[in-house]
Design a protein around this ligand. Structure first.
Ligand code: HEM
Length: 320
């Protein structure tokens, strides 16, 4: 029988990667896979697996592996530069960077993990938004991209750099590029793929890279402290909204009646102002007619009009 609690837990989803972040990840992974295949096909053109690609893609496409490698390299550099802009110029990006930075708790988490694996403790380490494993992966990719970008550019623009770094410099660049390529490929295939695919906790796959979300169950298992933070934040927002709602209702209760009355008061006020203006005009006209002083007539007229509070037209007519 289905467990309703479990279903409820699975229903609630938490945003892990925005669409923008998923696009960045997609461009990085597709350019990286292309670089691995074309790079090793350049190094080992006679290897068995390279022959499969030769058959699969056709001899013509295979001849373009050098160009494909350079196009994919361009995509990787572009997405890396975009990512740098993202973490500098967007609020979420800056938050991402600060959450991705190493903290003291990462060391205690690491020792706790070892203790857990060797059976010294039954408590798994509780991770925040990024575990020390994810942080290490991220910074390894960042560092690897710089190393591959620099060494690859030296190989790409050989004519420009050869006079500067000489033949031995070029040999070093080739060696660095090749060994870092092995390291990076293994890091992704063994390390990254273990944590997002083969790991029994997430198997058959952590789908956040295309759904963008993690379920409550996944959050409890992988990022319990982050879940706590989010829930506290949600609670705070809820309280703030309730307080706001309450204060709005209170305001309505207090100001509700006088506000109903206010328009009349306001009209009276405006009415008297307009009346004053009209009065002055009328007085001026009156003065013009019989030449008597201003102080004699206005008071009587003002009293008459204000107390009667009659429409302006009538007032004028009456006075004139
Ligand atoms: C921005 C990044 C990169 C640039 C600019 C770049 C550029 C280059 C260039 C120009 C070559 C020489 C190609 C030729 O001989 O026609 C090369 C070779 C190669 N690249 Fe890359 N590459 C980059 C990233 C990568 C990555 C990520 C991998 C694999 C993980 C990789 C693996 C290789 C391999 C295995 C070779 C052959 C090296 C050799 O002949 O010893 N490259 N790369």
């Amino acid at each position: 029988m289905a467990n309703p609690d479990k279903n409820q837990k699975e229903e609630k989803q938490y945003l892990r990667m925005t669409l923008n972040e998923r696009f960045q990840h997609f461009f990085l992974l597709s350019s990286f896979i292309t670089l691995v295949i074309t790079g090793f096909a350049l190094k080992f053109p006679e290897a068995l697996w390279v022959n499969w690609f030769r058959i699969l893609l056709g001899e013509g496409a295979f001849e373009f592996r050098g160009d494909l490698h350079r196009i994919a390299a361009g995509v990787m550099v572009a997405v890396s530069l975009y990512h740098i802009g993202y973490i500098i110029f967007t609020k979420r990006g800056r938050r991402f960077l600060s959450d991705m930075w190493f903290k003291k708790t990462d060391i205690t988490d690491l020792t706790q993990t070892f203790k857990y694996y060797i059976g010294k403790t039954k408590e798994r380490p509780k991770f925040r938004r990024f575990s020390y494993i994810e942080k290490m992966e991220y910074w390894a990719v960042a560092w690897g991209t710089v190393v591959m970008g620099v060494s690859g550019s030296l190989l790409w623009f050989e004519n420009t750099f050869l006079p500067i770094i000489s033949n031995s410099g070029m040999d070093i660049a080739t060696a660095v590029h090749y060994y870092e390529a092995i390291l990076a490929s293994l890091a992704i295939l063994v390390w990254h793929f273990y944590f997002v695919i083969y790991n029994p906790d997430v198997y058959p796959m952590n789908k956040a890279w295309f759904t963008g979300h993690l379920s409550k169950e996944e959050m409890e298992l992988e990022h319990p402290l982050w879940l706590e933070e989010i829930e506290k934040e949600e609670e705070k927002n809820k309280e703030q909204k309730e307080e706001q709602k309450e204060s709005e209702t209170e305001k309505e209760e207090i100001t509700g009646k006088p506000e109903d009355e206010r328009p009349a008061a306001e009209t009276a006020e405006t009415g008297s102002k307009d009346t004053d203006k009209d009065l002055i005009n009328v007085i001026k006209e009156e003065i013009g007619k019989d030449g008597s002083s201003i102080t004699e007539k206005p008071e009587t007229k003002t009293d008459e009009i204000v107390t009667e509070n009659k429409p302006e037209e009538n007032k004028k007519e009456k006075l004139i």
